[in-house]
Design a protein around this ligand. Structure first.
Ligand code: CA
Ligand code: CA
Ligand code: CA
Ligand code: CA
Length: 322
């Protein structure tokens, strides 16, 4: 297992120069072949990824004062994309945290747990996304919460108004729309375990307008070469005080903690770069990651994966059916 420590960098000069600037721009490369990717929490399948695309530990700071503290939290984020008909975002992170806060598997409680907090305004239209009180904000975008201990079991939380997870387990955060996995070290880590290292890996089919009730009235997002999308992210590190006050770890230059995650205009720009020769005949399917975007199945070329084993989804179903 590659340890995070090998990736730790020590230069913080860039932080003082760049912190406070709005409008961070990042780039994501094209997944060369989604069929070679395995949503299993290991980065063994990311060997092709050029680390200059990644957000590395020396670019991650605390949202309040822009300082880094690798003894408290540090990590790397990396993103890639696939064109239609696979039409997905691929995400991998590896992180270190001095205290794991994972009190309750119920998605409604994840705001008070360690969670990866991400906002998506895929059509780059801007505006408020879900704060918790206005369904129409879904016309602008949506946010997700990913708990490193629980999400591999019950999927990703689709945010405040993402629906009652008991009645409808956040369809957008579960297969066949999102496939998530992770590795936790030590393997028996639990609520308040010290000095944990973990990974989160997912594949997600995204939306321009997300309807929490069903895919029916949801507007698909269609990835295109050179397109610019809005994605905001923070790791909400719930270590502080009796109630786990939220300490957000963000990319240097993120406008501010909440603006950068739940308001489209404060999210980072991400441009989808063509880093393979051609997207013609691009295949569908990923190991443990589904058979491509369900909305484009009729366009999947021959030889693509059409069915996969997915133990994770079996676990989700057994959990939600209790
Ligand atoms: Ca993997
Ligand atoms: Ca911490
Ligand atoms: Ca939008
Ligand atoms: Ca923590």
């Amino acid at each position: 297992m590659k340890r995070l420590a090998t990736a730790l960098l020590t230069s913080f000069a860039f932080a003082s120069l760049a912190f406070g600037h709005a409008g961070v721009t990042n780039f994501m490369p094209t997944v060369p072949d989604p069929r070679a990717m395995n949503i299993d929490g290991s980065e063994d399948d990311w060997g092709w990824y050029d680390p200059t695309f990644a957000i590395l530990p020396d670019q991650v700071v605390q949202h309040v004062d822009g300082t880094a503290n690798a003894d408290d939290w540090t990590g790397t984020w990396q993103w890639a994309w696939s064109p239609p008909p696979d039409n997905a975002l691929f995400f991998f992170m590896r992180a270190f945290d001095d205290t794991l806060r994972a009190e309750d598997i119920n998605k409604l409680s994840w705001w008070n747990n360690d969670n990866l907090h991400q906002g998506f305004d895929m059509d780059h239209g801007g505006g408020d996304t879900t704060v918790n009180d206005e369904p129409l904000q879904f016309n602008n975008g949506y946010r997700t919460h990913t708990n490193p201990l629980f999400a591999p079991i019950v999927g990703i939380s689709m945010g405040g108004l993402g629906g009652d997870p008991a009645a409808l387990p956040h369809w957008g955060g579960n297969p066949p729309w999102t496939w998530v996995s992770g590795v936790m070290l030590p393997a028996d880590a639990d609520h308040f375990s010290a000095n944990v290292e973990f990974t989160i890996e997912y594949k997600m089919h995204t939306h321009d307008i997300y309807d929490p009730d069903s895919p029916e009235n949801t507007v698909a997002h269609v990835n295109e070469v050179d397109q610019v999308v809005h994605i905001g992210q923070s790791f909400d590190d719930g270590d502080l005080g009796d109630h786990g006050g939220q300490n957000g770890w963000v990319q240097i230059g993120t406008e501010n903690f909440f603006g950068g995650v739940i308001h489209g205009d404060g999210m980072a720009d991400w441009q989808l770069l063509l880093t393979i020769d051609s997207i013609e005949g691009y295949p569908c399917g990923t190991v443990n990651g589904g058979a491509g975007d369900p909305r484009f199945q009729d366009q999947c070329p021959e030889g693509s994966i059409t069915s996969v084993e997915h133990a994770t989804w079996a676990r989700i179903k057994s959990h939600t059916q209790r």
